[in-house]
Design a protein around this ligand. Structure first.
Ligand code: 5GP
Ligand code: ZN
Length: 136
């Protein structure tokens, strides 16, 4: 469950240093080296999974529980005013490190704007068709 060319696998193995906030058998949480805001951290499973599609459901659930725990703790300690939890899959979605990870981004009242999108418009017929197609 390791990819020899993966930087996060090397960090998990202790071959590259990181500022670790939490660690257990399955996960490491560390500060991001290129933070979008003060305190930006990453939840990284120790085993190598490229993205959400490869990640086993059980670990996905554990990652989200850990995100809740970290977000609560970080908000208390940092006194931030909001919090983004996000996760990129694929180049087109902004993924640059191909070892699954979740971003924990504290947000501040006077912080820079980010993670905003312009709302698109699709016809009612298209929206109905999409909703039908995407039902599980
Ligand atoms: P992505 O764009 O794949 O969702 O996010 C990758 C994140 O990993 C980026 O925010 C980037 O700053 C961070 N990152 C890249 N290399 C390293 C590293 O060596 N150590 C740490 N702690 N973060 C890294
Ligand atoms: Zn890896």
């Amino acid at each position: 469950m390791r990819d020899e060319n993966c930087i996060f696998c090397k960090i998990v193995a202790g071959e590259i240093p990181s500022r670790t906030l939490f660690e257990d058998e399955d996960f490491k949480v560390m500060l991001d080296v290129g933070p979008a805001a003060k305190g930006h951290a990453l939840i990284v499973p120790k085993a190598h999974y490229t993205d959400i599609y490869e990640l086993p459901s059980e670990l996905a659930g554990e990652a989200m529980k850990l995100a809740k725990r970290m977000a609560t703790h970080m908000t208390t300690v940092l006194g931030c005013d909001g919090f983004n939890i996000l996760q990129n899959n694929g180049v087109e979605a902004g993924q640059t490190v191909f070892h699954y990870h979740m971003h924990l981004i504290p947000r501040y009242k006077d912080g820079n704007e980010m993670i905003l999108w312009k709302a698109n418009q699709f016809s009612d017929a298209e929206m109905d068709e999409l909703a039908e197609k995407l039902k599980v």
